[in-house]
Design a protein around this ligand. Structure first.
Ligand code: ZN
Length: 171
């Protein structure tokens, strides 16, 4: 299966704001091929989500795979994020080897489009809500590092990247 190279931090292209997908792109061969490559890339690297931004395609497209079939997320909008935040460990295929604590809304609603251009809405909580927020962040040029307040592992790698995030002290 064809895969694509993933951009790694600090590649500036990761800061690009992705463009909205236009009506003519839905149901196209190009979109289908892009999604096939994105899903294969995510699965090869054992990720649970991938944004098009990460393979240098700056369109509002992400794929998420937690359990069942991959979820295609196009032109996403997050609605009603809970005021209640949850902290958990995050990593990113674009920042290999670095993991840290990030606060995210505990639950939210997502409105997006599928490959055929059909709009759908769903409610997500916990890890699913976290991955949605992480991927939508990518589409806006944000990385989990921007929101990370504590490193949990990968301190050596973080030092190489000159990240100024304090490490978690484990007792
Ligand atoms: Zn990521």
């Amino acid at each position: 299966m064809k895969t694509a190279p993933v951009l790694h931090y600090p590649q500036p292209k990761l800061r690009t704001r992705a463009e909205t997908v236009g009506a003519s792109f839905f149901r196209s061969k190009e979109l289908h091929e892009l999604l096939t490559i994105m899903i294969a890339t995510m699965q090869k690297l054992r990720g649970i989500g991938l944004a098009a931004t990460q393979i240098d395609v700056h369109k509002q497209i992400a794929v998420i795979e937690l359990q069942d079939a991959p979820l295609v997320v196009i032109n996403p909008t997050i609605r009603n994020p809970s005021k209640r935040l949850e902290v958990d460990e995050e990593g990113c295929l674009s920042v290999p080897g670095v993991f840290g604590h990030v606060n995210r809304a505990a639950s939210l609603s997502l409105t997006a489009f599928d490959e055929a251009g059909a709009q759908y809405s769903l409610k997500a909580r916990g890890l699913f809500a976290r991955v949605i927020q992480h991927e939508v962040d990518h589409l806006h040029g944000h990385l989990f590092l921007d929101r990370c307040h504590l490193l949990t592992s990968g301190l050596d790698q973080a030092k190489k990247l000159s990240l100024e995030i304090p490490p978690l002290r484990r007792s």
